[in-house]
Unconditional design. Structure first.
Length: 429
């Protein structure tokens, strides 16, 4: 029998391996798509295709995980992730790149399931700490993934140039990213084995007999006191930040004149700072200041940071604003996730987080399309838009209050009649 470890530690390792594999291809997507003829809105659509697939599948995965458990969903998605990266390994044309992005987006629709897993295994008082553990795994994946991916891409370029010495350097992205893609496949395979042998199931007990539709989940969310505002904040933040995520490698190479690996190193700083915040600082800060305060002050700092990024040249000024961005995102995201969890019915954590990730996916569909279109006009335009959009959650966060125990919403009670459920007015353990 495999040695049993803490469920949170097991989930941390699962999410880390997932995000490490995902992070490998981040430095390659924007520049490869550009070299294969994608421009403006088409390039934005290539990036956004990942989130379109997430939007379509995240709510269903969340609902299904409420019914059959979190572990089967994670096993299925890690398998699909390996298939997606296998397709990417042979992507030397746009249609195959689009296919790989769709498959990867479906696989990454498991993010809501990971957050629901945290809600299953943590008490309300430790929820922000648990969300921080998942956030730290995200951060570490982005710390190691992009620079490692850049190194693997350089091996693919060297292989292609050696085989075709007469081709110009601009044609190096026409090579199939075999080394990069197959390395990501290997990581996904290791992750599948880890989930199968090590990760325990978090959702035990009687399965609900009926499921809540995506629209019903969103209707419940937007009619639950306090939850609607939190969902709106999450959407606005995701839209604003996706403008950075979907254009930064183009900005770093074409605007600042950096090498690809240098742009990756700057994003590593975001990942390091964010991981430290989520993995350590937030567990100290949340009990002392409260999740609402962390969200308020973090969102207030993010708007100016995003707007300033294209105007602060590497290295020192750019690193300074990137550090503040990492601090703000590292504190805000687990705090917001904790607030969403505490505001949601206990029986529907998977459904609510699936719907939440669907909103985030919608934001990451619209953001890259708008951001890359604006980039064609002026490289700094997406960042000015991101800074302006962040004014909305920065203002709205001041209306956020600390929720009480997860509500027994009438929609949930109607669809999930549970044996032995407490009467209204009683508190869960």
């Amino acid at each position: 029998m495999p040695r049993r470890i803490s469920p949170l530690l097991a989930l941390f390792l699962t999410v880390f391996l997932d995000l490490l594999a995902f992070g490998l291809v981040i430095p390659d997507i924007q520049l490869r798509g550009e070299s294969l003829g994608a421009r403006g809105a088409i390039l934005g659509l290539l990036i956004a295709t990942f989130s379109i697939a997430q939007l379509a599948f995240a709510p269903g995965m969340g609902r299904l995980s409420d019914r059959i458990g979190r572990r089967p969903i994670l096993l299925a998605t890690t398998s699909l992730s390996a298939l997606a990266f296998l397709a990417y390994a042979f992507a030397d044309n746009l249609p195959l790149m689009f296919l790989a992005r769709v498959l990867s987006g479906i696989a990454s629709a498991n993010i809501g399931v990971a957050y629901a897993y945290v809600a299953d295994v943590t008490a309300a008082a430790n929820r922000a700490k648990g969300m921080g553990v998942v956030g730290a795994a995200f951060g570490l994946g982005f710390i190691l993934g992009p620079p490692l991916g850049s190194s693997l891409v350089s091996l693919d370029h060297a292989r292609h140039i050696a085989a075709h010495p007469d081709l110009p350097l601009s044609a190096q992205y026409a090579a199939q990213p075999l080394v990069l893609g197959l390395s990501a496949v290997l990581l996904s395979a290791v992750n599948w084995a880890f989930v199968y042998w090590i990760l325990p199931e978090s959702r035990k007990g009687r399965e609900p007999e009926r499921k809540l539709s995506t629209l019903a989940t969103l209707r419940m969310g937007f009619s639950t006191k306090g939850l609607a505002l939190l969902l709106a904040l999450f959407f606005a933040f995701s839209f604003a930040f996706s403008n950075l995520e979907s254009t930064y490698f183009r900005l770093s190479v074409n605007w600042f004149g950096l090498e690809q690996y240098e742009g990756a190193l700057i994003l590593v700083v975001v990942g390091v700072v964010s991981a430290v915040m989520q993995g350590g600082v937030v567990r100290w800060a949340a009990p002392r200041f409260g999740e609402p305060a962390l969200v308020r002050w973090s969102y207030l700092a993010l708007g100016p940071c995003l707007a300033l990024i294209p105007f602060l040249k590497p290295w020192a000024p750019q690193i300074a604003v990137i550090i503040v961005t990492g601090i703000a995102t590292g504190l805000a995201q687990p705090a917001l996730g904790s607030l969403i969890s505490k505001s949601s019915p206990a029986a529907l954590q998977g459904s609510v987080f699936g719907a939440t990730q669907a909103l985030g996916a919608l934001a990451r569909i619209l953001g890259p399309v708008a951001g890359n279109k604006l980039y064609e006009l002026q490289p700094y335009a997406p960042y000015l838009l991101a800074g302006a959009i962040m004014a909305i959650p920065a203002l709205g966060a001041w209306w956020v209050k600390m929720p009480g125990d997860a509500p027994d919403h009438p929609v949930a009670e109607e669809r999930y009649p549970q044996e032995g459920s407490p009467a209204k007015g009683t508190q869960p353990e």
